[in-house]
Design a protein around this ligand. Structure first.
Ligand SMILES: Nc1ncnc2c1ncn2[C@@H]1O[C@H](COP(=O)(O)OP(=O)(O)O)[C@@H](O)[C@H]1O
Ligand SMILES: [Mg+2]
Length: 246
């Protein structure tokens, strides 16, 4: 469903993503785990066609991004880390806009929207996006993506900024969609999320994938908790020394 070979992004001389390879199968929840600045968002932007790679190739749903960018965008769903919604649109106007550009069935979507609004406690569709809080816009964005039930879902730090109940519902929903065949690619810097939700994870640090396996394989390989693995693979400083010095 998702395949990247030698994917690279340079900003000037700085290499943000350094020749990574990815393979994600249908129905998998794939966690792209790494500390702040590791290259997660840059990678997801390339995989979803919003940022041009410096080098490397991308295939989504078996199609090359260079040749089929429109078809790919039509069939995937993307929840970016920053929910940007035209501020003069009301919530329901934004959803109607999505329904029209993706040519979705209005009656079917009305039912889905009601269900998702109930689940995420969204009762503000008559508010302007510009008057919504970050979390409110994020939930609206999530509804606009989830209602389409796309074949591949890309989520950049999906639970950041959500209240506890909404985050829990989102996690359960993503796992349910995956059981039903949707492929989920999500970034996170939160270990517990990767550990609980993902079938397989890759750890990215300074633009390079430094480990990739199922959660259980990673634990077995390093004989430690995932937190220790993550820290030992990504951190160079001793946490205790840092805390002591503060
Ligand atoms: N447009 C840009 N111009 C220059 N540097 C960038 C740009 N976008 C990201 N970077 C840099 O690339 C690195 C990876 O960023 P990012 O992919 O956003 O990390 P993450 O999402 O893992 O926190 C960071 O050092 C960041 O400062
Ligand atoms: Mg990011």
């Amino acid at each position: 469903m998702i395949r990247a070979v030698g994917l690279t992004k340079k900003f000037g001389d700085f290499i943000a993503v350094d020749g990574i390879n990815l393979n994600v199968n249908q129905g998998e929840v794939f966690g792209f785990l790494g500390p702040n600045g590791a290259g997660k968002t840059t990678t997801i932007k390339m995989l979803t066609g919003t940022l041009k790679p410096t080098a490397g190739s991308i295939e989504i749903l078996g199609m090359d991004m260079k040749n089929y960018p429109i078809e790919i965008k039509r069939r995937i769903g993307v929840a970016p880390d920053e929910p940007r919604i035209y501020e003069h649109l009301k919530g329901y106007e934004f959803l109607e806009f999505i329904i029209s550009i993706y040519k979705l069935d209005k009656t079917e979507m009305k039912v889905k929207i009601e269900e998702l609004c109930d689940a995420f406690e969204v009762d503000y569709l008559d508010k302007l996006a510009g008057e919504m809080s970050h979390g409110m816009r994020q939930k609206l964005m999530l509804i606009s993506v989830l209602m389409r039930k796309p074949e591949v879902l890309f989520m950049d730090e999906p639970t950041v900024g959500l209240d506890a109940k909404s985050a829990k519902i989102l996690k359960e929903l993503l796992m349910k969609y995956a059981r039903e065949g949707t492929t989920v690619f999500m970034t996170t810097h939160i270990l517990e999320i990767a550990e609980k939700m993902c079938d397989r994870i890759a750890i990215i640090n300074k633009g390079q994938i430094i480990a990739e396996a199922s959660v259980s394989e990673l634990k077995e390989k390093y004989r430690a908790s995932l937190e220790d693995i993550f820290l030992s693979l990504t951190a160079t400083n001793d946490i205790k020394d840092i805390v002591d010095s503060l």
